[in-house]
Design a binder for this molecule. Sequence first.
Ligand code: SF4
Ligand code: SF4
Length: 357
Amino acid sequence: MVKVEPTLLERIKKYGAFDVNACFSCGVCTAICPLSTENGEFPRRIIRYAMLGLEDKLLGSTELWSCYYCGECTKSCPRQADPGGFMMATRRYAITRYSWGKVASIFYSKLWSPVVLAILSAIMAIGAWLVHGPIITSKVDLMAFIPKNYIHEGGVALGIFVFISALVNLLIAYKYIRRTSNKNATSIRSWIEGFFNILIKEVLWQNRYLKCSNRNRFYAHMAIFWGFILLFIATGIDYITGVRQPVAEILGFIGGALIIYGSGYFIYKRLEGKEEFVLYSDFIDWAFVWLIMLAGITGFLLDLFTVINAPLPAYTTFIIHLIVVFDLLVTAPFTKFAHAGYRPFALWIDSALKSKA
Ligand code: SF4
Ligand code: SF4
């Protein structure tokens, strides 16, 4: 039996879909969307689900994650119903509904989000202060300043928390998708092929993003993605070898520069406030881009201070870097960062199920 939630639209509106009531289902948005396919009818279909209160259908729709918020539909809507903004608001809502214990609701709360972020930052700062080792001033020695075993144990604990949280959230999303999908599960081979297809085309190259007309946004998005990959590799090299390696420094420089460029673009666009995709931002959306920018700047400076051998600036930057990276990672399954998981996951399921048809 189809369950109807009369307050669904009002709940979604809290996340930014202020104008969607004006929609009269003309279909212009679907026709104009560069990512809508013959079989796909987004964003119009998702708007209808919200208006009819079909929460399960809405949360089980993989189309929700097919949108990259280019804003073309919003520019073309004859009713100024802001379908692109509606899709973004609905993804925010979905993130809160998919998250275990509804934890993501805290991060999308205007009141609690800054409080919780401040508490998390304080926990990390106090923890780093409590475990720090000798402050060697003759040369930069990060592994002596924060001993490797603490970085290792803290990193493993954080990694397990993030991994399990992301996994549970994805399973909740999967439950919604399977409950409402009218397609059957396909062969293992389809799942494996679909996985590598999405990994290469949509994660590493972000092919669908390219279809949006704003190439600058695509470049900035790619820069952030690859910047993090490079920082991750640099951190891994340092961790495995136990000392700061020249190759890790180079990767750190490049990764930091890419992240600063990409996040700088999004911060500039948000401050400028002209393009559709920045017209509404929650506190956590702002915090997210600033944390990314800070991760890039501190990663970049950390390498610089190490190369020019400036111990005290390096240690100070290291602490800030740890706080920022901790905040980013621990909140990742519950904030905008979660797009990085839900989007390829939804596309993967969609491709695997479609391949049977
Ligand atoms: S959101 Fe606008 S363009 Fe899309 S169906 Fe509604 S009125 Fe038409
Ligand atoms: S914002 Fe862009 S990608 Fe999303 S539904 Fe509108 S036109 Fe399509």
